[in-house]
Ligand binder design. Structure first.
Ligand code: SF4
Length: 410
């Protein structure tokens, strides 16, 4: 079955727009990230924003923690290729300054702007300017009163209560251009909080695992939380919070959405065999080389790197294109059919050429341009020679099967 045809469910929500980017009500799930520069450094921040946009980021958040940052935003917003959200902590006046700077969105943390008058002042101003706000609850900076109320613990209930109270204040001034996040660094806590929130409101949700940490651990933690919720249909916009170059956050978001079939594939989906006793090349090194060669090419294909021609083309028959090694030669295959055989030293560059051709003309055109029978014969020759050399049980699986029976019979 074509896995791409399976559609994950999507929760029905209200729709807001951040600049030109729609969020919720079936809009494509958008990717967010945050700059790590000082916002007052206009050129440095814009460079990072451009790099993020090129990596697939739809919306970028910049901190607005001081007047110089708000001034920076006034210069950044008109030159940014994507909408800018100002991140506000503690000082509600910085939210008002960011609105004056022309930002397309605000993020408020209800845990550290707690005066109702201040919250309402910001919401009223945002309402008048048609600028949406994210209510960004964070487990690490939960409202102290709620922390006490829930037994000096951060619980999903406490996080949801914080978000809903803020939503109520917004409602009192007639402001509803809202999305909500209830992030925590503890993955099960964050998952539960979002599930409760999804039951409590139809406001669009921004997903994230806060302070997920460095690569690769952070990537795994963030994916565990975000992917679990997306698979349940929860989530309208996402951010990976990694201790890394923010471009890695944007890439991670894009790869995750593509993997879940929630975003049209733009880049290569590289698959590779794990290598085994039959491998005829260093699969890890060849895969790395292919990855580097294809990194900057936007080719929406699945490409396979397989260690041997004995099993490779069959195991990866669903890939658009693949390469399998055998007897110092590289066997190229398209949708499981052998199309060419080249020297091992040329197999990566040939793979890249074919990937570019297929991306432009499709797999049928690629199959039509060569003598597949001749290529299949060559592959069969190497396959037979390898089976002859290695035997049919190159991984010595038969010995293990014998061992299983020996122990079962003892
Ligand atoms: S049998 Fe061949 S293609 Fe399969 S894992 Fe082993 S080396 Fe890779």
């Amino acid at each position: 079955m074509d896995a791409g045809a399976i559609q994950l469910p999507r929760r029905v929500t209200k729709r807001i727009t951040v600049g030109e980017v729609p969020i919720g009500a079936g809009a494509p799930i958008s990717i967010q990230s945050m700059t790590t520069t000082k916002t007052a450094d206009v050129e440095g921040t814009l460079q990072q924003i451009y790099a993020l946009a090129a990596a697939g980021c739809d919306i970028v958040r910049c901190t607005c923690n001081e007047v110089a940052a708000a001034e920076g935003l006034a210069h950044i917003v008109p030159r940014s290729p994507v909408p800018i959200i100002a991140d506000i902590h503690h000082q509600y006046r910085m939210a008002l300054a960011a609105l004056d700077a022309g930002v397309q969105g605000l993020r408020l943390n209800p845990g550290n702007i707690r005066k109702v008058d201040h919250i309402k002042a910001v919401a009223s101003e945002a309402r008048d300017r048609n600028v949406p706000i994210r209510i960004g609850v964070n487990g690490g900076s939960l409202d102290p009163e709620l922390y006490e109320k829930y037994g000096q613990r951060v619980t999903p209930e406490a996080m949801v209560e914080s978000a809903m109270a803020e939503l109520d204040y917004f409602d009192q001034v007639g402001f509803d251009m809202v999305k909500i996040s209830v992030k925590a660094s503890n993955v099960p806590l964050m998952i539960e909080a979002y599930r409760m929130l999804a039951d409590a409101t139809d406001v669009p949700l921004h997903l994230g695992v806060t302070e997920a940490g460095p690569l690769p651990e952070g990537l795994i933690k963030a994916t565990a939380g975000i992917a679990t919720l997306l698979a349940e249909g929860i989530g309208d916009t996402i951010r990976f919070s990694l201790t890394a170059d923010p471009v890695e956050e944007a890439k991670a978001g894009r790869v995750l959405l593509e993997a879940l079939g929630l975003r049209e594939r733009k880049n290569v989906d590289l698959i590779a065999c794990p290598s085994c006793g039959r491998a005829e090349v260093d699969v890890i090194a060849v895969t790395q080389k292919v990855r580097e060669e294809l990194a900057d090419k936007e080719l929406p294909l699945q490409v396979a790197v397989m260690g041997c021609v004995v099993n490779g083309p069959g195991e990866a028959r669903d890939a658009d294109l693949g390469i399998a090694a055998g007897r110092q030669r590289g066997h190229l295959f398209v949708k499981g059919q052998n199309v060419a055989v080249v020297k091992e030293s040329e197999m990566v560059e040939t793979l890249v050429e074919w990937a570019e051709f297929i991306s432009e003309h499709g797999t049928d055109a690629a199959l039509a341009r060569v003598d597949t029978e001749k290529a299949a014969k060559e592959a069969e020759k190497d396959r037979a020679a390898l089976l002859d050399e290695q035997g049919v049980d190159a991984n010595k699986s038969g010995q293990r099967v014998e061992l299983i029976h020996k122990h079962l019979d003892d």
